[in-house]
Design a protein around this ligand. Structure first.
Ligand code: BT5
Length: 329
């Protein structure tokens, strides 16, 4: 409802709107509207109120609204259609829903906040209000479903390049779905797909980038292993970062569509921080160590255990540097 209320104020272009009118048009009580306006105020919106004329939006904080994004974009299709929400459970869930309803390729779903953002399996993804870029991109590629896993690699390339352009030049890709900065997680990527045996219906690539959190704002259980642009000394413009990432993603996607994945895999290797590292591979209760030596043509990680080469499929596998503590269960 808050999205609708905000939209209502935006359309009013800074003019006063009466509580009674909003209540009538949006079919909600005036008390509910008052509560939502108070929450918006806490989030940095400034309203002027008048007992006679109602409310007027006079300042909206630095947000990722479609208008803001459009002004920064230099892509052909990616991000040209934006579904914007102030708050949602998960942009991936929203993107899957509109993809099922026929949303076009390149559409993005962006939220200022996710209340139940998620990672792989049942893991959560912390996505506080306006302190990161939480978005999902819808693709409808021509390649076969078995190639879809490589979309995570493709996405990581685009995101990593965009991040480097905006100042974190040491950012690198940790196989398969994280971007790290000096060993700390800056980005998580989650790819989901709907397909039949031979054809992909849609792919949703969900990307979460930490921009504005200070160190002590991260939840304690992963605080040590996480970072953000601000935490690394850069007060990044979210819209410029999103625009740079969409530009790089569109470019890499065109390569995958037109030339196949070979070039994508090569690009990935140049940005990887995993290859050449001693790693611990954790699958459920089991784990082993070895040296990550390469990825193969399917995007699987090749780990030399000393006794042979193991081929590691993305899925529920955690990769950690040897010596790092094991995750809590
Ligand atoms: C991921 O999962 O890292 C994929 C995250 C994808 C998030 C995006 S945001 C937009 C879209 N909508 C969604 O609902 N999801 C996508 P995984 O590899 O399973 O890692 C999850 C783990 O990362 C958690 O268990 C925490 O330990 C840690 N974590 C959670 N939030 C984090 C954050 N903001 N920054 C760094 N680490 C985080």
């Amino acid at each position: 409802m808050r999205n609708e209320i905000l939209d209502y104020f935006r359309k009013a272009n800074g003019e006063f709107v009466s509580g009674q009118q909003i209540s009538k048009d949006l079919h909600v009580s005036r008390t509910a509207i008052w509560k939502h306006i108070n929450i918006l105020k806490e989030r940095g919106y400034i309203f002027e109120s008048s007992t006679r004329k109602g409310y007027r939006l006079i300042y909206a904080p630095n947000l990722l609204t479609p208008l803001e994004i459009e002004g920064a974009l230099h892509t052909d299709t990616f991000g040209r259609h934006v579904v914007y929400m102030e708050s949602t459970q998960s942009t991936n869930e929203e993107a899957k829903k509109i993809a099922r309803e026929g949303a076009e390729e390149g559409t993005i779903v962006v939220a200022e906040e996710q209340t139940t953002g998620h990672g792989r399996l049942t893991r959560g993804f912390y996505s506080p209000f306006a302190k990161g870029i939480w978005f999902s991109l819808i693709l409808r590629p021509k390649f076969f479903p078995m190639e879809a896993a490589k979309c995570t690699l493709l996405a990581a390339i685009g995101v990593c390049r965009g991040i480097r352009r905006l100042g974190l030049t040491d950012a690198g890709i940790k196989w398969p779905n994280d971007i790290l900065y000096h060993g700390k997680k800056l980005v998580g990527i989650l790819t989901e797909m709907s397909a039949s045996m031979e054809k992909i219906d849609y792919i949703v690539i969900g990307i979460g980038i930490n921009t504005g959190m200070k160190k002590n704002e991260f939840p304690e259980d992963f605080r040590k292993g996480a970072t953000s642009f601000l935490n690394e000394g850069i007060d990044v413009s979210r819209k410029d970062l999103l625009a740079a990432i969409l530009y790089e993603l569109e470019k890499e996607y065109a390569i995958a569509q037109n030339e196949g994945f070979d070039k994508v895999l090569e690009d990935w290797k140049t940005l990887s921080v995993t290859i050449g590292q001693e790693v611990r591979v954790i699958m459920g209760d089991e784990s082993y160590t070895g040296k990550a030596i390469d990825i193969d043509k399917d995007g699987c990680l090749l780990v030399d255990t000393g006794k042979g080469i193991n081929r590691v499929l993305a899925g529920d596998v955690s990769i950690r540097p040897v010596g790092a503590p094991l995750p809590k269960r």
